[in-house]
Design a protein around this ligand. Structure first.
Ligand code: XMP
Length: 487
């Protein structure tokens, strides 16, 4: 265990990612594929890949969050929008790809074929559950897309004449495992399995399509109900409590209370207000960059802390204000201060895949990425052609850049918002295609690093190196940096 009173080790003073190499250890795995990359996100939540999408409006919105969760990573949807929009984005993620549809569409069995067709087309579903009496949710049967095709001319007929009635249906109880559902559906050759209680009340629906998707991505991060995990950000002033309430109603799994300088009275007050209203919600707090700041957030009760002041690609804090701590030093300070008791998210400044391993070796559990994820299909914004470089590019912008500030202001407060000093900038990043190929590349490099560290899991490599970094990390000279990275 690290010791909070322990002095920062010499190798970390003034250091960032390119200052280190990992000393290769004796390898213990026969194939790198078997190396596990699961790491803690918070005290109570683990994720299968230690990558977190930054809460920025050019990085993580519903499409990015959805894909990150499906691929075993995580993210926080940004708050540079109305409460309703942010909550809707969380809801979108929470209603995608669950193997159980908790609130399936239900229609009265005496509705007409025309009404059923309208609903099926509008909602894009392939079948519909029918109830005995309006509002009772007592299962009467299923009407499938195929039943409708056969009866194209019979719009005014009642659906009950064409449905498969309850007595011919295979059903199951609501607390069913994915394996059991698959076995029942396979044995009975059915595409849909309604879930009911002992009074025949509809409790959910499982479709073969959703089961297949869940099985294709066994490493996805899901909640107990099989829904993808979603995170979202709030601030520490203004609407943060109302925003939290809406996000929780939408099903958010983890909230990020995010301010530029979290070692502050402002954050303390906001955190206490939040906790008195929402008792058991996992909350990540940030950003801090010092021992003192990290200890402060842990003692306040944060479930994880986010570390980084000024290393980000879209940041101008260090240039304009002069404040900050080199990122490897900041991660190490946070690890020593928190005694390894709560997970650390290393946020900002990661440019190469090896930086991710270095952050985790110094004491972080996960890393937050902004610019590295921003040139993908899943990030918000358009692909354009850069007239100078002729490259295909997307825009990545700091959240306090004039562009982001202007987008989050209305005509009444725009002048005031733009006249406050900005510490963010907007840059063009190369378009790189789908985030999935970026994640695959990173996971390959991380597995390779774990193998060089002589371990079988990223967690074991993290624990081993973070406890005695001087035995495993080599601080580079200017000449060895050149030898390592100058190509
Ligand atoms: P990378 O290097 O991954 O960094 O692009 C992402 C992180 O940068 C931070 N961020 C900002 N910092 N002014 C800042 O000082 C800004 O306008 C700004 N916008 C984002 C943030 O911590 C993010 O996760």
């Amino acid at each position: 265990m690290p010791n909070p009173d322990k002095k920062l080790e010499e190798i970390f003073y003034g250091a960032t990612f390119d200052d280190f190499l990992l000393r290769p250890q004796h390898g213990t795995v026969s194939t790198r594929k078997e190396i596990n990359l699961t790491m803690p996100l918070t005290k109570g939540i683990s994720i299968n890949m230690p990558i977190i999408g930054a809460n920025m409006d050019t990085v993580t919105r519903e499409k990015m969050m959805n894909t990150l969760s499906l691929e075993g990573c995580f993210g926080f949807i940004d708050r540079n929008c109305s409460i309703e929009d942010e909550a809707a984005r969380v809801k979108y993620v929470k209603t995608q790809h669950s193997f159980v549809i908790e609130n399936p569409i239900v229609l009265y069995k005496k509705a007409t074929i025309k009404e059923a067709k309208n609903i099926i087309n509008k909602k894009g579903v392939s079948g519909i559950l029918l109830e005995e009496e309006p509002g009772t949710k007592i299962l009467a049967g299923i009407l499938s897309h195929r039943d409708l095709l056969r009866n194209d001319e019979k719009n005014e007929y009642l659906v009950e004449e064409f449905m498969t009635p309850y007595k011919n249906l295979v059903t199951a109880k609501s607390r069913i495992s994915i394996q059991e559902a698959e076995r029942i559906m396979f044995q009975n050759r059915i595409e849909k399995l309604p879930l009911i209680d002992k009074n025949r009340r509809i409790k959910g629906l499982i479709t073969m399509k959703d089961l297949r998707l869940a099985k294709q991505k066994p490493y996805s991060n899901k909640d107990k109900k099989g829904r993808l995990l979603a995170g979202a950000a709030i601030g520490a002033s203004g609407d943060y409590l109302d925003r939290s309430e809406a996000l929780l109603r939408a099903g958010v799994d983890c909230i990020l209370m995010d301010v530029a300088h979290a070692d502050s009275d402002l954050l303390k007050k906001a955190f206490k207000n939040f906790r008195s209203k929402f008792k058991n919600v996992p909350v990540v707090c940030g950003n801090v960059a010092t021992k003192r700041g990290a200890k402060f957030l842990m003692e306040l009760g944060a479930d994880a802390i986010k570390v980084g002041v000024g290393p980000g690609r879209g940041c101008r804090t260090r240039l304009e204000v002069g404040a900050g701590i080199p990122q490897m030093q900041a991660i190490r300070e946070a690890y020593l201060a928190t005694n390894g008791k709560i997970p650390i998210i290393a946020d900002g400044g990661i440019k190469n895949d090896k930086d991710i391993f270095m952050a985790i070796a110094a004491g972080a559990s996960t890393v937050m990425l902004g610019s590295m994820l921003s040139g993908t299909d899943e990030s918000p914004g358009f692909i354009t052609d850069d007239p100078i470089t002729k490259q295909r590019v997307k825009i990545y912008r700091g959240m306090t850049s004039p562009e982001a500030v202007a987008d989050n202001s209305n005509s009444d407060n725009l002048d005031e918002a733009l006249s406050t000093p900005q510490e963010g900038q907007s840059v063009k990043v190369p378009y790189v295609g789908s985030i999935i190929s970026v994640i695959n590349r990173i996971s390959g490099h991380l597995r390779s690093a774990v193998s060089y560290a002589g371990e079988k899991t990223l967690y074991d490599a993290h624990k081993k190196i973070a406890q005695n970094p001087q035995d495993f990390l080599i601080r580079l000279s200017a000449a060895s940096q050149k030898e390592s990275f100058d190509r």
